[in-house]
Design a protein around this ligand. Structure first.
Ligand SMILES: [Zn+2]
Ligand SMILES: [Zn+2]
Length: 254
């Protein structure tokens, strides 16, 4: 499998895109602003979207994606998410006010998108590839994802604060190759990170102390205003784990 990073920033700014990743050509993980860089033909190939949670930086391009290619697709776009995330999308986004209800339009029997509830720990198989929701600890109900190609696995933490349950899941994956983990705030904003249920470099180091497998670590969701100092702090705090800062456009094979 290949996972292309369409966006991995914790905010907007020149050249920055918020969280969205394309697995092979047909599965999207989160639908942040990075989706907007795909060609129409590429957008039309997306059959599934796995959402980590309802926050705007992870879902803002979903309504626009449905609108852009709904007419040229034969099947509805299948959106997989927690029940609480689906409820938030129905109530606040596809509500006929902020955006048309494409779960019922253009016709209730053949809508542009369908919302499919998943539970933490549940694995969805798509053409031999496994997508399993794993625990995240955020201010709203959230998950990360374990993506298994069969040959190797990649884990994406999603937005999360300190989260022992993540490590239980991660340490049980025998073929783990890549771990994408967030670090949104600088250490000076540690109290804010804890309140917003994100990580800072000091908390990242503590979390990585629970990792029991050799794995390539990629850090994501850095807040743009503090990017330079965040990179420095991440390198200092977690140097023994040789973390790389995830880059927009990067492709991970597994
Ligand atoms: Zn969030
Ligand atoms: Zn976020």
């Amino acid at each position: 499998m290949r996972l292309k990073v369409l966006g991995c920033s914790g905010g907007i700014g020149p050249g920055l895109r918020t969280t969205a990743m394309l697995a092979d050509h047909d599965v999207l993980v989160d639908a942040g602003t990075g989706v907007g860089d795909l060609a129409i033909a590429e957008l039309a190939c997306i059959d599934h979207v796995f959402l980590t949670h309802a926050h705007l930086d992870h879902v803002c391009c979903l309504p626009l994606l449905a609108d852009a290619v709904g007419r040229q697709r034969a099947q509805p776009l299948m959106v997989h998410a927690l029940a609480e995330t689906i409820e938030a999308l129905r109530r606040h986004l596809f509500n006929g006010q902020l955006w048309p209800d494409f779960t019922r339009l253009p016709r209730p029997g053949s809508p542009y998108l369908q919302l499919h509830e998943i539970r933490t720990g549940e694995r969805v198989e798509i053409a031999g590839r496994g997508f399993t929701a794993i625990p995240a600890a955020h201010t709203v109900p959230a998950v990360g994802y374990w993506i298994d190609s069969g040959a190797a696995s990649l884990v994406f933490s999603g937005d999360t604060g300190p989260n022992p349950a993540l490590w239980e899941a991660v340490n049980a994956i025998a073929n783990l190759r890549h771990l994408l983990i967030e670090t949104a705030f600088c250490d000076r904003d540690c109290a804010l990170a804890l309140a917003a249920r994100h990580l800072c470099p000091r908390l990242l180091r503590h979390e990585l102390g629970m990792l029991k497998r050799p794995v390539q670590i990629h850090v994501t969701h850095l807040k743009p205003a503090d990017r330079e100092s965040l990179i420095r702090e991440i390198e200092e705090a977690a140097s023994e784990y040789r973390p790389q800062v995830l880059a927009h456009g990067q492709v991970l094979q597994f």
